[in-house]
Design a protein around this ligand. Sequence first.
Ligand code: AMP
Length: 369
Amino acid sequence: MIQIHDKFFKPYLSESEIFQAVKTVADKIAVDYKDETPIFVGVLNGSFMFVSDLMKAYQHPCEVSFVRLSSYQGLTSTGIVETLLDVPENIEGRSVIILEDIIDTGRTLQKLVHLFSKTKVKEFKIASLFYKPDVYRGEYVIDYFGLAIPDNFIVGYGLDYKEQGRNLKEVYQLNQKHMINLVLFGKPGAGKGTQAEFLKEKYNLKHISTGDVFRFNIKNGTELGTLAKSYIDKGELVPDEVTIKMLQEEVEKNADADGFIFDGFPRTAAQAEALDNFLESKDMGINATIALEANDEILIDRLLERGKVSGRTDDQDVAKIRNRFDEYNAKTTPVKEFYEAQNKFHSVNGIGTIAEITERLTEVIEGLK
Ligand code: AMP
């Protein structure tokens, strides 16, 4: 086990396994290009080791160069990709093979494809040492890759965690065993959001509230927001398929978190099951589900108060609030049984001062360690 900054990593791929993956890429490219002189273009910073070893494994005529995108890698309003080190000048009419260390969601790749589509190359191909098929959401089909890997956060062999670890000869993966993943459970108004704010500071966790993500999307007028709004306005649940996909994307955006607080998710048995399977695929799991208990009349008073301040329309109408409670009783109560069967369900009294309730939650969390 090694430590980089605040995190622990365990060995994942040995030097010989990495070499095998590099050789796989070199051999596949050779089949297609050994009779030409392609230009390899490495994407800095992460690809420098891969490019170096690939050159040694590719013993046919070729040239090599590098490109570097700016850290925000955005398209400007003019549609031009910001680059710090621009595409080489001599590529017109040539076959270009872009070398990436890793392709995960495909955001960087999309920028690269955009960048090279604007050039007058004969053709360009993408070759990546590592590829994460589970999280890749791009449309471009990767031309060559060395090794398909699960979605774990990795460092070494050019890949960094906060700029360190690039010089490791082997590849390491984040050790997830140190994580704390909590589900905060309870009816609307139970205080999940309020308590999550305290717990995330105390334990350095990432707070994911599906309600907040929906509201963010509504505010920004996204397609997801428009869809969600039609359900939220009636106090109904957004369909599982949509919610589960959104939740997974939120977790994937925070691959290096110390753990998560799930607030407002899972709200159905299907969501709970999907969450378990999803976390398991990442070598993670839920440590505990903690319910904040309070009776309906107190909750209604709290929600109406909140509605005055926040402007949330679903908090201003008693009929909508009751509908949310009905949805909860019908669809969310089975989630409790799901976690009880795994011995992960804990209940705390949700009535009292904010500090008192934080104290009760902390007691449960400390008991997990
Ligand atoms: P909340 O802020 O958690 O009270 O959520 C507000 C609304 O967003 C809910 O009434 C649902 O319409 C929707 N929502 C939030 N989380 C979920 C979920 N896990 N599944 C389905 N709908 C959800």
